[in-house]
Design a protein around this ligand. Structure first.
Ligand code: SF4
Length: 457
């Protein structure tokens, strides 16, 4: 089945699944209330958004310079940088490190780039156990699912769903206590931290001036995943760059407020390389994999480049009426929701993913909440334009627009048939598409020319 057909089928199923709707409404409702509280920490939130947008736009426009600066500062402290053009290159290099370290298991904190390159599948195929240490990620890994949301991976599950999952997979006694469930995961994960040879993280920001990787998390699992293992690998998209560590005073609160409504996320760590001679803890080796994987394709298109400003806060997903109805899994992509629909065609192919840019009401709610002011709905329109220009529209659509354009350009053709016949033809040809859930288009009984003539009289 094509990705488009699958998407339409799954959207229909999810949109009418009342259980799913209730869970999402409940969880997003809690998020919305928290964000409103969080926003009160700003005297001028709009100004913060303007500043963030300005800094990110400038950084992306000079990304080559900042990447080189990052590399030279990070390597100066003994860190190693790996440039990966795509997922295959990233996996190959990580595989080499695993071999050198004779790694049998890794611990991993939450990272969407590792999802993007399908790291867990790769490691498992190579006989290496990959353990997710973020609670939400741990839950979806246990459920053998992909993350539902870029910030809250298990948002689609209720407390009862999680309890049932733990009973089935971990053989615990039934419980409805969230504390007990967290305690079970906590105990099981402790051993994993101390036995893993390698710790893997993503990175929320790359800091050019100090050669640092900033990681933001709420559970302390990111710190544990990097404190015990002797090797730390951070896999980070090249667009996560900020010029300076000083920019974090703006970006850390913006990310947390928009993402979870917190004033600032609980654990914020900056990694600047492996353990130095006089330091007591930290890994013996640290690698940063700088992942391109289609990002330079976006960088090469000035009108769409702003999509690279995204700091992955998830706010556009939570506000999107489409996301709230069809849910995160329906997208079948690493990055779902509005920003996922913008970037996925560039990361994973326009032809197979162009339909995502059409799955939007273009209401602009996503744009209105974006902390870095990305014009998301406009980018969706630009993707649509690009897909048509590349000749990717299907034959039925091409034919329909060909005749529509012809008719719209000719008053004689517009007036050719009586309204009854036009209504019949349009209804028949749009019954499975436009008119499936909408009132069919109705032509008025009199044409514009007839009405004009009558008015002149
Ligand atoms: S596009 Fe904006 S709102 Fe959406 S995840 Fe990125 S930063 Fe957040």
């Amino acid at each position: 089945m094509s990705k488009l057909k699958q998407f339409l089928q799954d959207s229909e199923t999810k949109a009418f699944d009342l259980g799913h709707r209730n869970t999402i409404r409940f969880n997003i409702g809690k998020y919305n209330a928290a964000v409103q509280r969080g926003l009160t920490q700003y005297t001028d939130h709009e100004l913060a958004r303007e500043r963030a947008s300005y800094i990110k736009t400038n950084t992306i426009n000079n990304l080559d310079k900042y990447l080189m600066e990052f590399e030279s500062n990070f390597t100066a402290r003994g860190g190693k940088v790996i440039w990966a053009r795509d997922a295959q290159e990233a996996l190959k290099e990580i595989g080499e490190i695993m071999k050198r370290k004779r790694a049998r298991s890794i611990v991993k904190s939450k990272s969407m780039t590792t999802e993007e390159v399908h790291l867990n599948d790769y490691l498992e195929k190579n006989g290496i156990e990959a353990v997710e240490t973020d609670l939400g990620e741990y839950i979806v890994q246990l459920a053998e699912q992909r993350p539902y949301h870029i910030v809250t991976p298990a948002m689609h599950m209720s407390k009862k769903d999680i309890a049932d999952l733990f009973v089935e997979k971990l053989k615990i006694a039934p419980t409805d206590s969230a504390e007990e469930l967290v305690g079970v995961a906590r105990r099981l994960l402790r051993d994993k931290y101390t036995s893993a040879e390698v710790g893997i993280t993503g990175g929320n920001f790359l800091l050019a001036d100090i050669g640092g990787v900033a990681v933001t998390e709420n559970e302390g699992n990111g710190r544990l995943s990097t404190a015990f293992p002797k090797t730390h690998i951070a896999i980070v998209g090249i667009e996560k760059m900020l010029p300076s560590v000083m920019d974090l005073d703006l970006f850390w609160p913006l990310l947390s407020t928009s993402g979870t409504g917190q004033n600032v996320t609980i654990y914020n760590t900056i990694f600047t390389g492996p353990r130095q001679p006089k330091e007591k803890d930290g890994p013996e080796e640290m690698y940063v994999v700088l992942l391109d994987n289609g990002r330079t394709e976006l960088l090469a298109q000035p009108e769409k480049r702003e999509a690279l400003n995204c700091i992955r806060c998830g706010a556009c997903l939570n506000i999107c009426p489409v996301y709230k109805n069809i849910g995160g899994h329906t997208y079948e992509t690493t990055y779902s929701g509005p920003i996922g629909s913008v970037i996925t065609p560039h990361l994973s192919g326009m032809e197979e993913n162009k339909h995502l840019s059409f799955a939007s009401s273009l209401c602009g709610a996503c744009t209105s909440v974006c902390p870095v002011k990305i014009n998301i709905h406009n980018l969706l329109l630009l993707n649509r334009k690009q897909s048509v220009e590349q000749g990717l529209a299907d034959s039925q659509e091409k034919l329909a627009f060909k005749y529509w354009t012809k008719a719209m350009k000719s008053r004689t053709l517009m007036n050719l048939a009586p309204a009854g016949i036009k209504n019949f033809v349009v209804k028949r040809f749009t019954k499975d598409t436009w008119s499936k859930r909408r009132e069919p288009v109705h032509f008025p009984p009199k044409t514009f020319n007839q009405l004009w003539k009558e008015r002149k009289k």
